[in-house]
Write a protein that binds this ligand. Structure first.
Ligand SMILES: Cc1cc2nc3c(=O)[nH]c(=O)nc-3n(C[C@H](O)[C@H](O)[C@H](O)COP(=O)(O)OP(=O)(O)OC[C@H]3O[C@@H](n4cnc5c(N)ncnc54)[C@H](O)[C@@H]3O)c2cc1C
Length: 499
């Protein structure tokens, strides 16, 4: 784009997190001649939700997330969501393996490491649920390697911190999978976007897209402010991806596309307890997920997690919800206020009226002291002591508020892709399961926004994601072949650093 104050690109990607990084790499692979620009408002890439301590780094594959398998009224377990999330994560693993094979990522351990995934419950009700959940899943190829145990000695061998000082009269059970991962999505975003820069993509950090509107014809006009110099440049683009995390809802409203009408955002901040005792950190090697408390949103399922970040082991517990009016962790306190306008106010009022359980849950969470939080941790780790843990601020989630019918609205907890009817703009809202499913969601962007090109691109995309077009859950041999390949290339078959 040179130093001129106006320019044109074929593709503009707003935000330098894992979503823009993934889409950028896919688009650059199928359209190597396209001019692409990435605009990131912060001074470096992957610093918002994708940053490793701003999220839990769980490679969500439904191996441990007990809330992905709800219990039906008749007591049977619904495994559909678990199958879908696993299928999506397999695509991410294949994309990561391709990055390594291409030499784009040289050391997979810089961004992905094996960490066992564990579903956990105690008390007769939860133990019984876990047993039925395991029986429903283990017959499916992606979950065949998952082991159920209610034997305290076996659990103590796998997870000593869970068993120390635990009441022996309280029944306990876990499901244990060695196929789990910890992912540093921030490092991955940086690896991918830096590789794109080497391939000629114009990567602008410290540059905030402040306005987004239709320009003449079919193009989009972006006002991009260099936050250091204060200079604003005008950029036009044929296709725009709004990968701005929590700020996406605001930019999509600016675009004026009908698909975003009435959709609002509700920010929920997150906090984690982070362990400061190296001795304890060394004694735990798993991501252990329990069930969310009754009435709590699904993304609040508590978990005790090993982290592997920049070559160091870590241990965290959470998340705890909080309230902040910001839509980005490094955003503005006026974000929520500015998101209330004619288009969204009806939905927001309807959701406020209909979501009283969430409101009361948030109030209870905000009022918690550190010792209340340590009490929650003791559910997982009965011997926990407050002096070994510090409270840290995680990333912001902006939950989607959507109008349903007149004067009614719902709060959604998933990740939602918004695309315009003409396919010239797409944006991502919501948070969970989020980063783990970036590859599948970005493939979806390509299919929805470039319907004329997509069939021609498929062979190239299948080089990158070989399971594209297949359903692994119904093809055990293909599942095994592709998962083995991904695990081998990514070094997931060997124990992680320091494990
Ligand atoms: C507490 C918490 C725990 C989570 N745990 C997990 C987990 O265990 N596993 C998992 O898979 N996912 C998890 N997630 C979700 C995951 O973090 C997100 O889905 C993912 O990081 C979103 O990536 P992104 O690229 O869309 O957004 P981000 O990483 O937030 O990137 C958006 C970027 O856009 C930039 N930006 C914003 N506005 C502008 C603008 N106007 N101009 C230019 N740049 C702009 C921001 O600075 C930012 O860098 C968690 C999220 C939270 C908050």
């Amino acid at each position: 784009m040179g130093t001129s104050t106006s320019s044109h690109v074929d593709i503009a990607l707003i935000g330098g997190g894992i979503m823009s990084a993934t889409l950028g790499m896919l688009l650059q692979s199928v359209r190597p001649d396209a001019t692409i620009a990435v605009f990131e408002r912060l001074e470096s890439l992957g610093q918002e939700s994708s940053d490793p301590w701003n999220n839990a780094g769980t490679g969500h594959a439904a191996l441990c997330e007990v809330h992905y398998t709800p219990e039906r009224a008749d007591g049977t377990i619904d495994i559909q969501r678990a199958l879908l999330v696993n299928e999506q994560f397999q695509r991410s693993l294949q994309f990561y393996a391709w990055l390594v094979e291409q030499g784009i990522a040289t050391l997979p351990g810089d961004f992905i490491n094996p960490v066992p995934h564990v579903g956990f419950g105690h008390g007769q009700v939860d133990v019984d649920f876990l047993r039925r959940r395991h029986a429903a899943l283990v017959v499916e190829p992606p979950f065949a390697g998952t082991v159920f145990s209610d034997d305290p000695d076996q659990i103590a061998e796998w997870l000593p911190l869970l068993m120390r000082d635990r009441d022996s009269d309280d029944p306990i059970a876990v499901t244990y999978s060695e196929a789990g991962t910890d992912v540093n999505f921030g490092a991955l975003a940086r690896i991918v976007v830096n590789a794109l820069a080497k391939r000629g993509v114009d990567v602008r950090t410290g540059c905030e897209v402040q306005k987004l509107a239709r320009s003449d014809g079919d193009r989009w006009a972006l006002s991009v402010k260099d936050r250091a110099s204060g200079e604003t440049r005008q950029v036009t683009a044929d296709f725009v991806f709004v990968g701005a995390g929590g700020a996406a809802v605001h930019l999509l409203h600016q675009s004026g596309i009908p698909e975003i009408r009435g959709v609002g955002g509700f920010p929920v901040s997150g906090q984690f307890l982070r362990c400061t005792n190296e001795n304890l950190i060394a004694q735990h090697n798993a991501k252990v997920y329990g069930r969310p408390a009754t009435g709590a949103p699904p993304m609040t399922a508590p978990h005790l997690d090993t982290r592997l970040i920049d070559g160091r082991r870590g241990l965290m517990f959470g998340p705890f919800a909080g309230f902040s009016p910001k839509f980005l962790k490094r955003g503005s306190k006026t974000d929520l206020f500015h998101s209330i306008h004619r288009d969204t106010v009806g939905t927001m009022l309807a959701v406020a009226k209909d979501e009283m359980p969430l409101t009361s849950y948030l109030v209870r969470q905000i009022l918690q002291s550190k010792s209340d939080r340590i009490d929650h941790l003791r559910d997982f780790m009965p011997s926990a002591s407050g002096s070994d843990w510090e409270l840290i601020q995680a990333g912001q989630r902006v939950q989607v508020m959507r109008p349903t019918s007149r004067k009614r609205g719902i709060l959604q907890y998933g990740t939602e892709l918004i695309t315009s009817g003409d396919g010239s703009i797409a944006g991502l809202l919501g948070a969970s399961p989020g980063a783990s499913t970036a590859t599948a969601i970005m493939l979806d962007v390509l299919e929805r926004c470039f319907p004329a090109d997509y069939p021609r691109w498929q062979p190239r995309l299948r080089d990158i994601v070989p399971s594209l077009g297949a359903t692994l859950a119904s093809d055990p041999l293909l599942f095994q072949k592709l998962q083995d390949r991904s695990h081998r290339v990514l070094g997931l078959a060997e124990p992680a650093l320091n494990a």
